[in-house]
Design a binder for this molecule. Structure first.
Ligand code: NDP
Length: 305
């Protein structure tokens, strides 16, 4: 059973059907016998959505972020998985690489100089002298950190539990966060939104960044105190920001961030679900659930991600 107001049923069912012989794929609106529904693919289903489906075995979240799902009290007690797809990781890494390289190569200064018809030579800096801090070393964060390391940056990563990733200086836990921030010339936020990460980057924590740092957020706006970020950008304590996510989306037309020359805004598209490459993985999890085997990419609501 498929439910999403954003994703194409026709695209998903056409891609899933060849992998799932014997499984009937239908839209939630057309279900006649709820007891026959065993697997749900859903993105932001309304409250109470799951109640009629007593025989559900697996819920597939049609996206990577699960913050709109895990805090609910109407979830069935079944495994929940999210999309995890190498193409999504690559798309995310591409976005972050673009944003980091734009700062590392001083492109905003050249954009400004061009508008003023001014030849403005700034000698390129070595990436090894630029410290890039990646908050969150999960599927997207770890992949992105490794891509950044391949470009020669001095990459550090922060996660909840200890990690060992070749070429990345890893640290974990809240006690190491302030030091981590103070050593990030470019900070990339790749954490999930959970009760522990909501508001994590407060005014006080943002002030730990080196003066003139660059800030990139591709995960969730609510992890950051957006008013404090705006003020830090206005004061120049944070010199530049690339923001794909906001505490309110769409970002309201009167938000001051729109008018700031040192902010690049994109409308929450750093990485998107690609049915053509994710369908195989979704079908594989459905077959695993059917055989009673453990599923891949499981979400743990009590952990928040
Ligand atoms: P994962 O769940 O794979 O990884 C999350 C990472 O964050 C892990 O390293 C985890 O630590 C760490 N983490 C979680 N909670 C804490 C905490 N309290 N303190 C420190 N570290 C913590 O997520 P993904 O990499 O797949 O995705 C990250 C987020 O990106 C998604 O949750 C989603 O919100 C966002 N996203 C945005 C998109 C966009 O287009 N802008 C597209 C897709 C996703 P540990 O390793 O120890 O578990």
């Amino acid at each position: 059973m498929f439910y999403s107001e954003f994703d194409s049923f026709d695209a998903w069912s056409a891609l899933l059907a060849p992998h799932l012989p014997g499984v009937r794929i239908c839209r939630a609106e057309t279900v006649q016998h709820p007891d026959d529904v065993h697997y749900a693919l859903a993105w932001k289903p309304p409250y109470g959505f799951f109640a009629p489906y007593r025989n559900l075995k697996l819920l597939v979240n049609l996206g990577t972020g699960v913050d709109s799902l895990v805090g609910r009290d109407d979830l069935p007690a079944i495994p929940i998985v999210r999309l995890s797809d190498p193409d999504m990781s690559r798309m995310m890494a591409g976005y972050v690489l673009f944003a980091v390289l734009r700062y590392a190569r001083d492109i905003p200064a050249f954009e400004r100089a061009q508008r003023e018809q001014r030849w403005h030579y700034l000698h390129p800096r070595s990436p090894s002298g630029i410290r890039v801090g990646v908050l969150g070393l999960g599927e997207l964060g770890a992949y992105t950190a490794q891509e950044l390391a391949r470009q020669g940056f001095d990459v550090r990563g922060w996660s909840r539990t200890p990690k060992a990733i070749a070429g990345i200086q890893c640290c974990s836990g809240l006690t190491s966060l302030n030091d981590f921030l103070s050593q990030s010339d470019i900070l990339v936020v790749m954490l999930p939104l959970t009760p522990q990460t909501a508001g994590l980057l407060s005014a006080e924590r943002l002030s730990r960044l080196p003066a003139g740092a660059a800030f990139i957020n591709v995960s969730r706006g609510a992890i950051v105190d957006q008013a404090a970020l705006t003020e830090a950008l206005r004061a120049g304590q944070i010199a530049q920001a690339t923001l794909d996510v906001f505490d309110r989306e769409p970002l309201p037309p009167d938000d001051p961030l729109w008018r700031m020359d040192n902010v690049l805004i994109t409308p929450h598209l750093a990485s998107v679900a690609i049915p053509a490459s994710a369908a195989q993985q979704v079908a594989d999890n459905i077959q695993r659930a059917a055989r009673g085997e453990p599923v891949n990419g499981q979400v743990f609501p009590e952990r928040g991600y």
